[in-house]
Design a protein around this ligand. Structure first.
Ligand SMILES: [Zn+2]
Length: 273
């Protein structure tokens, strides 16, 4: 069986969760595509994902960026964060990672036997993510999620924008929302090197908005330091949105300084629907 056939077979087992992004009708998975009652058709790609937002083009995030991101995640950069998140999704049967990028976060968190759904508008990310099994991988708009109402036990949303109206729609009545946001000292060494005069990053607005949207909210702080090789440091400096407007010469200087330790600090925001 090819990977595409495997992914189609897997999607057929879970097709009752899917809905058409154009007319919101229920979707069936046939031998090559997702098709709704109104015959809107979305084909599986050979990589095994489905593009449910083909009219949208997202070119900001390139294959190079996702390759760098995967190497950094594979190096263990986020492992202490993953360890916390694994506890929070351990009993979930259906977990959606909204803004899944190249998919490694979800792959690392997914409990055995659970269904993962990974959604991102960035096609290059989802294309790469589709190499991981046991997940429905979809290119889709987070403002129009192609899942039926009350279909998901837990949502994870890691360092990525949210659309709470849609998130709450797809979350079950007792479903759990888990959002990871950076804290003041996230990538402190980069902030210090590139923006020494800028006031510290604040996540207050994001936290307040989350607390307005969900019940029984909690905050978990995760803080650790990570050693990076010179190559991974170069990748980090290149991939983080933090440095996208920094001149290359300044980035090169930072890498030449051979700083090896990076501070990671996050807040996990936890809430119920
Ligand atoms: Zn349709």
């Amino acid at each position: 069986m090819t990977r595409k056939q495997q992914r189609i077979h897997f999607a057929q087992q879970h097709q009752t969760l899917l809905r058409c992004p154009l007319c919101y009708e229920q979707v069936e998975v046939n031998e090559a595509s997702m098709v709704c009652a109104n015959r809107h058709t979305f084909d599986f790609t050979k990589q095994g994902y489905v593009n449910l937002a083909p009219q949208r083009t997202e070119n900001l995030y390139t294959k190079e960026l996702f390759t760098a991101r995967r190497m950094i995640i594979d190096s263990g950069f986020y492992t202490p964060l993953h360890q916390e998140l694994i506890k929070l999704v351990a009993d979930a049967k259906v977990i959606a990672d909204l803004g899944c990028g190249e998919g490694t976060h979800l792959q690392q968190l997914l409990p055995e036997g659970a269904l993962g759904i990974g959604i991102d508008l960035a096609k290059e990310g989802v294309k790469m993510a589709a190499s991981y099994d046991n997940v429905l991988w979809q290119v889709a708009d987070l403002a129009n999620i192609p899942l039926i109402t009350s279909s998901v036990d837990a949502i994870v949303n890691i360092l990525s924008p949210s659309n709470y109206k849609e998130f709450k729609r797809i979350l079950r009545a007792d479903g759990r929302m888990i959002k990871v946001v950076p804290s003041e000292n996230y990538l402190y060494e980069l902030r210090e090197a590139f923006f020494p005069d800028k006031s510290p990053y604040s996540n207050t607005t994001i936290v307040e908005l989350f607390e307005q949207q969900f019940a029984h909210t909690k905050k978990i702080t995760v803080r650790y330091e990570q050693q990076l090789t010179a190559e991974l440091m170069r990748m980090l400096v290149d991939m983080t949105p933090l440095t996208q407007n920094v001149a290359s010469v300044q980035k090169a200087q930072f890498i030449a300084d051979k700083i090896q330790t990076i501070t990671l600090e996050f807040i996990i925001l936890l809430g119920e629907n």
